[in-house]
Design a protein around this ligand. Structure first.
Ligand code: HEM
Length: 420
């Protein structure tokens, strides 16, 4: 842990002069954070908690910014702020066009026409109804390939995250675009699980050799698949309506055909928010039910409630990024650091979900947790009760994928645990 703190002390020192961290500092931070995840049995919330404790809950890894809120009340006030500011950045590393088009919804501040029209556009085109109807029976689908055969040989039966993702991706793509991908198309998009995770750290992606072109290849393949889909046609038609003038202008400013910009934004959100989040959630469901018969029984009894509580304690998306509107002075790792207005900030929904003010025995998974508590959890970027009600007043930027992601996770988790 000392290495961790020393590393952050030196980062804080360089922040005093307004410098961004050096490559060496970033590499050390990645190594230490990775070690924390491994030491915490791959439970990213525990790793994130350990990280936050060791840095006094203030610094953001890899870049220049701070964690502004972990307490429930602070986080809820921020994520439900009708005017939450955003800019083209992720974590504390800026944005990168290797991962996203800057016109994408997550970079638009709440309360602006660009944000509210983007949300309505996606709702009207697909998102308000994409969860309806049954999912196809997965039959006897199971993972194939030499890696699985080797794992079987050594008795490692638990499906891997990639194997879970291989089942999630084709179902998700069909729901989003209204078009079935070929096995090859689905496999290519599933490659985002290997190359796209680094997009969580924004501009970091640019500093890793070969990665930007690998991410670009997946994004291009996704757009090529989706360009002539029913959802792409709907997006283009809706964009002609006066009610979407601000988004149309935003897309036109990108200097590419408007269809491609519209498809790119939804494709990026599908992979970044959808593929990564839903695969993580489903993998956790498989892992916990595989390890503990009590979990399996509780999942089979009430799959939705099981997934909610799992996500309260082990959130798939740890927090949200914003930007400070005021300058701030902080004492960090022995240094006085000045952060000007415009510095990246993050809010931790995963730590807020464990705040004893809101949740009794907050770190325990209690699958009988009353709705008076469960309805307050924040893992889909708003109080669960507001997310489910699609209440834009209560949760101005709630995750529009909640219903579909829970349905997909329950379906695939049930399939992968059917023989237990
Ligand atoms: C079907 C799969 C999913 C889709 C299509 C999806 C889509 C989206 C979109 C478009 C946003 C941006 C909302 C905005 O900025 O206004 C978003 C945000 C978010 N989603 Fe999802 N999502 C999915 C799955 C998940 C899962 C499984 C989780 C976690 C359990 C999750 C948690 C979140 C959170 C915390 C945010 C806020 C992120 C931020 O503001 O930086 N999502 N989602």
């Amino acid at each position: 842990m000392n290495l961790h703190l020393n590393n952050y002390a030196s980062m804080a020192a360089s922040w005093k002069t307004g410098e961004t961290p050096s490559m060496w500092q970033r590499v050390t931070a990645i190594a230490v954070t990775g070690t924390l995840i491994v030491l915490n049995d791959m439970q990213n919330t525990e790793a994130f908690l350990a990280f936050s404790r060791s840095t006094c809950r203030t610094l953001l890894p890899f870049g220049r910014g701070f964690i502004d809120g972990t307490g429930y009340q602070h986080v809820i006030n921020s994520i439900t702020d009708p005017n939450m500011p955003r800019m083209f950045q992720m974590g504390a590393n800026g944005g990168t066009e290797a991962c996203f088009d800057p016109s994408m919804v997550i970079f638009q501040s709440s309360g602006t026409p660009e944000h509210s029209q983007s949300r309505r556009l996606w709702d009207d085109a697909v998102m308000s109804s994409m969860h309806l109807g049954d999912l196809p029976d997965l039959g006897n689908t199971s993972a194939r390939g030499w890696m699985r055969r080797m794992r079987d040989r050594v008795g490692w039966k638990l499906p891997t995250e990639d194997e879970v993702g291989a089942l999630i991706v084709p179902l998700l793509l069909e729901r989003i675009w209204g078009k079935k991908p070929t096995a090859k198309e689905a496999e290519t998009v599933a490659g985002y699980l290997s190359v796209g995770k680094v997009c969580i750290f924004g501009g970091m992606a640019d500093s890793i050799p070969f990665l930007p072109s690998m991410i670009a290849a997946v994004r291009t393949a996704h757009v090529d698949f989706a360009r002539d889909s029913p959802t792409a046609d709907k997006l283009v038609k809706l964009l002609e309506e006066p009610g979407f003038a601000a988004v149309q202008k935003l897309y036109q400013s990108r200097g590419r055909p408007i269809r491609d910009v519209a498809v790119q934004g939804l494709a990026d959100a599908t992979m970044f928010a959808g593929v990564l989040g839903t695969t993580d959630m489903t993998f956790k469901c498989v892992k916990y039910t595989w390890q503990d018969p009590k979990h399996l029984r509780l999942f089979r009894e009430k799959p939705t409630e099981y997934i909610w509580e799992l996500m309260r304690v082990q959130a798939a998306v740890q927090g949200v990024s914003s930007v400070s509107t005021k300058a701030r002075d902080d004492h960090m790792a022995g240094e006085e650091v000045h952060f000007p207005a415009g510095t990246p900030v993050a809010y931790s929904v995963s730590i807020a979900n464990r705040d004893p003010i809101m949740f009794s025995k907050p770190s325990d998974m209690d699958f009988q947790r009353p709705w008076s508590e469960m309805g307050e959890m924040l893992s889909w970027n708003g109080r669960l009760k507001d997310v489910i009600a699609r209440n834009y007043t209560g949760a101005p930027r709630f995750c529009p994928g909640h219903d579909l992601s829970v349905k997909l996770a329950a379906h695939v988790c049930a399939h992968l645990t059917r023989n237990l």
